[in-house]
Ligand binder design. Structure first.
Ligand code: ADP
Ligand code: MG
Length: 225
């Protein structure tokens, strides 16, 4: 897929997406068709086949639900919300997944940060994606630090993990649709995240954590005009 996309650098994002989708969906479809043909031919299929078939279907399910998210007309249901509360909700949500991997999610916020205007469900999606990525990089457990800070003009949220960090040579690629280093990744998370942040007139910066891991920083204007 990555090679495939590299060839299509001149394509626009929609074109890249379409090419990626076709590719990502075709592979599981081909394998499903193959298994069905085996069954049709009366080959004795064991449980292993069903397991693979289910995994292929689940992969397509994940891709399509993430795509639906992108393609949904994005009515800007902006509300004035407490980002501190929103982050607390997201952290609670993600703790069930984190606990299974011996990961502690710690949230710290400046005292009494003022509310910001945003589309809350989209903003939740941003932090779900970032915390999910953090968790997925920490196979041996550890701490995910989520930090909310505010200046006069900006609200800043940092998500810091203790994973292996992002190798220099893939830093350029991680925002591309379908770029993933994970066996069951979709490579859509950061792309969606970027899009939502941009729609909120913010930006995302990525840097190496001082000792080990990655810091993803989301900067949002306090007032988006
Ligand atoms: P996915 O999680 O499905 O792979 P993403 O768009 O969320 O897709 O991420 C793309 C890739 O960026 C990941 O596969 C991984 O290689 C890299 N990445 C993202 N976040 C981190 C992180 N916190 N630490 C290390 N690598 C990361
Ligand atoms: Mg992801």
């Amino acid at each position: 897929t990555t090679k495939h996309l590299a060839q299509s650098e001149k394509m626009n994002v929609a074109g890249q997406l379409a090419a990626g989708i076709a590719h990502e969906i075709r592979n599981p479809l081909t394998s499903l068709k193959g298994f069905l043909q085996l069954m049709e031919a009366g080959v004795d299929v064991d449980g292993q086949y069903f397991k693979i078939m289910k995994e292929e279907i689940e992969k397509m399910e994940t891709i399509t639900s993430e795509l639906l998210y992108i393609s949904k007309p994005q009515p800007h249901h902006r509300k004035t919300v407490s980002l501190a509360e929103l982050l607390a909700d997201v952290c609670t949500l993600m703790r069930s997944q984190a606990n299974m991997h011996e990961i502690d999610i710690r949230l710290t916020t400046d005292t009494d940060p003022s509310d910001i205007e945003c589309a809350p469900s989209q903003m939740k999606q941003v932090f779900i994606n970032l915390i999910k990525n953090a968790i997925e990089e920490m196979e041996d457990g550890g701490v995910v630090q989520v930090q909310l800070q505010q200046t006069e003009t900006e609200t800043i949220v940092e998500v810091q993990d203790e994973g292996p960090g992002i190798p220099e040579k893939i830093k350029e690629k991680i925002h591309e649709p379908f770029f993933t280093t994970k066996e069951n990744g979709t490579g859509l998370g950061l792309m969606i995240t970027d899009q939502i942040i941009k729609e909120h007139y913010g930006h995302l910066t990525i840097k190496d954590a001082p000792v080990k891991g990655t810091i993803i920083r989301v900067t949002l204007p306090n007032h988006s005009g």
